[in-house]
Design a binder for this molecule. Sequence first.
Ligand code: GLA
Length: 628
Amino acid sequence: MSSMSVSRSLAAALLGLALALPTQAAAAPRFAIDGDRFLLDGRPHLIRSGEMHYPRIPREFWRERLRQAKAMGLNTVTTYVFWNLHEPEPGRFDFSGNLDIAAFVRTAAEEGLDVIVRPGPYICTELDFGGYPAWLLRTPGLRVRSMDPRYLAAGERYLRRVHQELGPLLSTRGGPILMMQVENEYGSYGRDRDYMATAKRQMIEAGFDLPLFTSDGAGPHYFEGGPLPEVAAVINFDGDVADAEAAFAHLKAFRPGGPRMVGEYWAGWFDHWGEQHHTTPLERAARTVDWFLDRGISFNLYMFHGGTSFGWMAGANYSRDQPYQPDTTSYDYDAPVDEAGRLTPKFHALREVIGRHLPAGETLPPLPAPAAATIAVPRFVLSESASLWDALPALSRPVSAQLPRTMEDLQQNYGFVLYRNTVPAGAQGKLSVDEVRDYASVFADGAPAGTLDRRFGERELDAGLKPGQRLDLLVENMGRINFGTRLDEERKGITRSVSVGGRALYDWTHYPLPLSDLSGLRYAKTAAGAPAGPRFWRGGFQLERVGSTFLDTRGWGKGHVWVNGHHLGRYWKIGPQQTLFVPAPWLRRGRNEVVVFEVEGDAGARSLQGLADPVYATDPDGLKPPKR
Ligand code: GLA
């Protein structure tokens, strides 16, 4: 046993002791901020952290990813806490299975890593509504990230519940959680000093008695709103050494004498549907991390391993040019460890840099055994299907209302809503929808009649509707905006009204389609010449040897995939993502079942295959509205 692993097992044993005695008198705090230094066990400490998120990694893989972080030379792992997943309905909390954050933190400690926790409540991270539970939007006029008492009360309850999970693991109890972040880049959002002071007070009152910090963009503008007096301020940025120099010059001017840390150094980037896939040069990341280490600057690589925004997790942005930019399901992030858990050249480059800067007495752990190989799955046919029209009674209980209700009005967080009506006598002309959140597939008497895409601000469609026809608008929530000032407005479905030829339509039937339980679906062999329209497809494949794979969705249009009941997430032919990651733990030897909900396209032959590697390709037309 090397001296490293002796001290690691000693540390693990001591930690075990500390965790076994959570109610005893607190041990001396392990971690402190002292002027411009971090102190660990009384000695100056440089934080070499990497970010990964427990819900974006199947629990079975946590230990392997954490071990990889340690092997790259990191000594800390940083995670957000995902409020929306932990409290899916008001007051109903879930910290089990893949959401067992305390188990994630303990596993990190067992692997010799300290932990930084960022509980939000707002966390951004390309996550639906920035991590806020969608049910907050059921309260009309509620303002998140503000002094709105309704918001503050919900956030306080959540923080107290998180403390029940993490309290015994804080560094003030001898645990691995060194420090925690207050809010997230509030300087990019607002200037309400009372709100930030309250966010901090709520954390302290919830029991988080350890060192706190804020993180913000690196510039005077951001410092106006984000940092708090007496609370360490760290900065977030990407780029090269020159960017790092500029960023720290700004920090020094604003907060001389505080610790120097990059809370998020973006060593990769995420993707929006319809845009190009992002990669970032490893040389740049290596040079900049080298610069940090030369100067004793602590850092957190965002992301060390991005993983996957499974299910409905993905969020969205907007920009000056585009009202809506939904994030892809993959959160690979071009990170040092890829979506399938494989070490990339960026991993090796950063490991080499960190290895050159280790303090005396520390050595790099050996390279971990490679992650289990990904597998290819031969093409298989999904021969059975169920049309959405037939499946409605099994999936949804309809709700009637005079005007279209939003998804939140219907007490629904994620998925689709089907809005049904009859084109009234005398109504002729364009269909206009005010406003689609986020993508409507329009059907006249069950047949496809066009789409409305929020990415292009589309509100009108020449759907050729005729009086007496059944009008169906299948509206997909493609992820709530997670960054910027439009957070509060992110209600989904149809937000106001629908008209045909200028005549408003009343008396709607709504079918909420959260698609959280597909067990009631009845499939049948798809008949040749079955009509086009939204359809659930079922098929399966046999495995002798289980391994992670990338399900190739090329040839499909737009929809969602479940494998053995696990919701992988969204696919969309426009790319850049053309494959969906299927983690090995969700597969089994023998038969595996795949269900696809395809919103577009005809009812022709449907098949899928698994690939050993992801495919990225952007449809050149994906950024333009379709020609009509
Ligand atoms: C900011 C946020 C993160 C994430 C990154 C971009 O820094 O704090 O949550 O959204 O941007 O990936």
